[in-house]
Design a protein around this ligand. Structure first.
Ligand SMILES: [Zn+2]
Length: 345
């Protein structure tokens, strides 16, 4: 079938609006009619080639936060079924290794890459995915809102539930709290019972942080961060770093008290920070990497949204002609939460 959508022809190159063929789904694949696709910094990182930059993967349709309906299925697909509503699992996992069979999907030993990098994504009105990457999604959630679920909400669920194990009484500082993952991290940590401080360099995002359930704290310079309004002078028990700079990591390691936990989520190359083993031991600080989310956590995230416990923050919903404008807002740091392209607009 012929479709018209956006593709890149070089890593770091421009989006090209063009017509191209999508073949019928082969064995184990499904064809998805895309309702909407999330627009966030991770998509820009993918387009830049930060995750992978193999020229054999070009041209490529970007966009991994896909929400849509199954239009056709190939042979040997046990599920989902035609007409079913689904969201995309970001990682291309094998489904057979010990991690996959244990339900730790994002730790797959045979990772084949990412949707929107090694396979076409949702910046086009149709896309083909492995059936295992199409996760059932309730019909009740509006498409643009639902695009936040498979990454921007599932990633915070993985952090709060599986990695940092946030509990009632925790004081959680989220660095870069106004972004797509950050704003949902504030919501999720609050949902898990924590009192949350949302650190953000842009005061224009403070209202959204407060609405998400956090105390907004200015972090334009980490030397000047003042956490007193958040917890009456108490330090955070957990710092979740979505900025991933040398300054942010250094600040986090300094501010954490005895038994504190630091969660790292960024994958920028060439960032290093200094840590003192003596200091880590004497304060028994835990440093945790957190890698995406499991398929079960995607389903749980959808249930949290469907039941109204987590509210997606998707502040810019555009038709395909508006994608570049949202990319610009992301680069300028002015977008609150996530953006989305709605193919039915
Ligand atoms: Zn696997």
């Amino acid at each position: 079938m012929k479709v018209t959508g956006y593709r890149i022809h070089e890593w770091g190159g421009p989006l090209r609006w063009e017509s191209f063929d999508i073949p019928a789904p082969t064995a184990g694949e499904v064809l998805i009619r895309v309702e909407a696709c999330g627009i966030g910094l991770t998509v820009l990182n993918c387009i830049r080639g930060d995750l992978a930059n193999d020229t054999a993967s070009l041209p490529r349709v970007p966009g991994h936060e896909i929400v849509g309906r199954i239009e056709a299925i190939g042979d040997d697909v046990a599920g989902p079924t035609i007409g079913q509503r689904v969201m995309a699992y970001f990682y291309l996992v094998c489904g057979r290794c010990p991690a996959c069979t244990a339900g730790q999907d994002s730790l797959c030993a045979n990772l084949a890459g990412w949707v929107g990098v090694h396979r076409d994504g949702g910046y086009a009105p149709f896309t083909i995915l492995p059936a295992g990457n199409a996760i059932p999604l309730p019909d009740s959630i509006p498409a643009a809102q639902a695009t936040a679920i498979p990454d921007a909400i599932a990633t915070p669920l993985h952090v709060c539930k599986t990695r940092a194990r946030i509990q009632q009484g925790d004081r959680v500082a989220v660095i870069a709290a106004g972004g797509g993952v950050g704003i949902h991290m504030v919501e999720m940590a609050a949902h898990f019972g924590a009192r949350v401080a949302g650190l953000e360099a842009s005061e224009a995002k403070f209202d959204a942080i407060r609405t998400a359930g956090g105390t907004a704290v200015l972090s334009r310079s980490f030397d000047a961060v003042d956490l007193r309004p958040a917890w009456d002078g108490e330090p955070p028990t957990v710092v979740i770093d979505l900025l991933g700079s040398r300054d942010s990591v250094t600040w986090a390691l300094q501010v954490l008290p005895l038994g504190g936990r630091l969660v790292l989520l960024t994958t920028f190359r060439d960032v290093e920070a200094i840590l003192s083993p003596r200091d880590m031991v004497l304060r028994e600080v835990t440093i945790l990497g957190s890698r995406y989310a499991t398929k079960a956590e995607l389903r749980e995230s959808a249930a949290l949204v469907a039941s109204g416990k987590i509210h997606p923050v998707v502040s810019a919903v555009v038709g395909p002609e508006g994608i570049e404008e949202v990319h610009g807002a992301l680069r300028n740091g002015t977008l609150v939460g996530r953006g989305a392209v709605d193919w039915n607009v």
